[in-house]
Design a protein around this ligand. Structure first.
Ligand SMILES: NC(=O)c1ccc[n+]([C@@H]2O[C@H](COP(=O)([O-])OP(=O)(O)OC[C@H]3O[C@@H](n4cnc5c(N)ncnc54)[C@H](OP(=O)(O)O)[C@@H]3O)[C@@H](O)[C@H]2O)c1
Length: 249
């Protein structure tokens, strides 16, 4: 492990899993840069901290977002030790109702953006002969579920990206791993449950109970559990190219 503080970027860190990763890394004394589309939410995450922090408003689906975010971090900190790609989302719809817009948005956010952030970061990490890249993927990256074809395809794709990058970058001291949680108690899951309730005409609590009954341990994961698994990759150079499943059992 490099000496603390590490310089760390987390994308999509204003709420949910990304926010929790940021909090745990700030508590550990690291320098933390976070992105999202809303500055007020980002500022709230780092408020009152004495760590070095950067709050960068960036829409990951903007093709220049990776390049410009990494440039800003490099200009401020002269490098980046850890890249955690967390920004992601998915709209549910049966295949025949999956519009080109739903498909393209999902691929842009969950697959193309991770590629663009990794591409922009690799030169800095290669020069330092050290780097940790961690992608928050999903169990949807490893198995199929109905009504989420665009999200599932994008998450499967990002695991391919992780495996290829891991094989390519290992010799430079850079590891690349994915975390694959099942359902987590975050605003994204609340939105999915609400969407499923309106799609099926069932009430929210019923939809939630049906989901919980299908999950290992019968519960949602906490953002804390997922954050711990993601952060654990920083200190484990022997782990590379993994798609680490996190379930509640
Ligand atoms: N929740 C789950 O059950 C679950 C399960 C498996 C995997 N995951 C994955 O875990 C990651 C985080 O999920 P979550 O549940 O924490 O989601 P969330 O609660 O919706 O939070 C998503 C975060 O990403 C940011 N974000 C969304 N779209 C963005 C964009 N286009 N550009 C930049 N930032 C963006 C959001 O802020 P702004 O909206 O302000 O930009 C927010 O900070 C995602 O990759 C998701 O696919 C989630």
């Amino acid at each position: 492990m490099r000496t603390s503080p590490l310089r760390i970027l987390i994308t999509g860190a204003s709420r949910g899993i990304g926010r929790e990763i940021a909090i745990q890394l700030l508590d550990a004394g690291h320098s933390v840069a976070i992105t999202a589309r809303n500055l007020i939410d980002l500022k709230a995450v780092v408020a009152g901290r004495s760590n070095k922090t950067l709050t960068i408003v960036a829409d990951s689906t903007d093709p220049d977002s990776g390049e410009s975010t990494i440039k800003e971090i490099n200009a401020n900190w002269g490098g980046l030790d850890v890249l955690i790609i967390n920004a992601g989302d998915g709209a549910a719809a049966p295949i025949e109702k999956t519009t080109n817009e739903i498909w393209e948005n999902s691929i842009a956010l969950n697959l193309t953006a991770p590629f663009q952030y990794i591409r922009a970061t690799v030169p800095l990490m290669k020069a330092a002969k050290f780097g940790r890249i961690i992608v928050i993927a999903s169990t949807a990256g490893l198995e199929g579920e109905p009504n989420v074809c665009a999200y599932t395809a994008a998450k499967h794709g990002v695991i391919g990206l992780v495996r290829s990058a891991a094989a390519e970058l290992e010799k430079y001291g850079i590891t690349v791993n994915a975390v694959c949680p099942s359902y987590v108690d975050t605003p994204m899951t609340q939105r999915s449950l609400q969407a499923a309730a309106s799609r099926t005409g069932k009430d929210f609590d019923e939809v939630k109970s049906l989901l919980l009954a299908k999950l290992p341990g019968g519960r949602l994961l906490t953002p804390q559990e997922v954050a711990q698994v993601a952060i654990s990759f920083i200190d484990q150079p022997e782990k590379n190219g993994l798609a680490q499943i996190v379930k509640g059992d």
